[in-house]
Design a protein. Sequence first.
Length: 454
Amino acid sequence: MATLFREPTMLQMMDHTSELIAHDPVQRMRLLRSAMTTRALAIVLFLCSGASFSVAQSTAVVGVEGRSNESVSIAAQQNFVAITWGATATGGMDVYSAVSRNGGSTFGAPVRVNAVAFDARVGGEQPPHVALVPRRDAEPAIVIVWTAKRPEGSRLLTARSDDGGVRFGVTNVVPGTEASGNRGWESITVDAAGGVHVLWLDHRSVPTTPHQHGAIATTGPSAPKADPTARALFSQLYSAALDGRSSAISITGGVCYCCKTAFVAGADGTLYGAWRHVFPGSMRDIALTTSRDAGRTFSAPLRVSEDKWQFDGCPDNGPSLSVDANRRVHAVWPSPADVSNPSVMALFYAVSADGGPFSARVRIPTDGPAGHVQVLAASPRELVVAWEEPTTAGRTVKMARGTSATTGQIVFRRIGATEAGRYPSVANSAAGALVAFAQPRDGRSVIVVRRIAR
């Protein structure tokens, strides 16, 4: 049974955050105990000028009762907010969605997206993704894309709701993902004309040896190790439009499989995609591609930053992009702070003017190893960056604020609560920036959505 967890009463925390507590006394005590557990929540707010954010002022908790709710994505258009996530039960996993019409303060009951029960395989760096398609004189259409397993390999599936998330239509295969082999780590965006575009990693061209997540496969105990740069050429970056405006095309080979992609559209319709690329010497750096013809063609990979990280494996830690109204493309990504110690991942930021060369990278201060980062251009002067850090108490999502000093340097200052969470997602509503993440509660997990008011 789909159940909405909502907390309609305000509880002020000593750290100046707030959490809504349910009317039911039992649920109230559960939430209170969970809220007081040692955790850490952070979002980096990168502000290019003096604008500021205050601590979160509303919280919504959503989930499917009796299931673990994980891997959330969020999208917003004015006060209309949609989230999607994976809900796991004994029999398998389904994709669910819920909608808010008040800027993320409250959400309606969860609705199953996939037409066939348990027809989903999502998680970690490949959650289901949601996009909102603007419509004249109507609420936006909701489009969701997710991964599913088939005997011949994985597929990307999609479904659409045209009634505000009350129900979703038939499940369709994303064009170009019917081929044999595995694929995933997709991202989704909507262009200025309302076209929905999908970007993903694809293994249809891998000859015979199956991909091993986080490891390198060989054909036998004495087989020579293939050159990682040459081997990566079989891993490809693909894109397709859901409405058929552009056919599925291979943008490039040489991608680092198992790291998430990022896909955004500018107000002029330009598409920007990012992924982790395997450059010569097995350097695992972030690359950008641009399309100015609605996804029909894409530019050659542009290196965002030369981090000199030589690695033969799967970091499972990809980039994030956001484009502002001035067509500046903001990129954030994880990479080792010291390439001689790649186990300690740091976060970096760089900016490009309309997809051109990027600025020198700037490190985002963290308390420890960090990853699974997301970025949002909340306005031409404001960025929101959310990421995950492990601690001895568990996995956490972190929050801080950055402002531009007179020297031009970015000064970061930590704000917010201490709270457990994993795999954050960010969006911008008319009421302010939103962060959504999965949080463990009572042996399972729920989806938490917080609004950070301007």
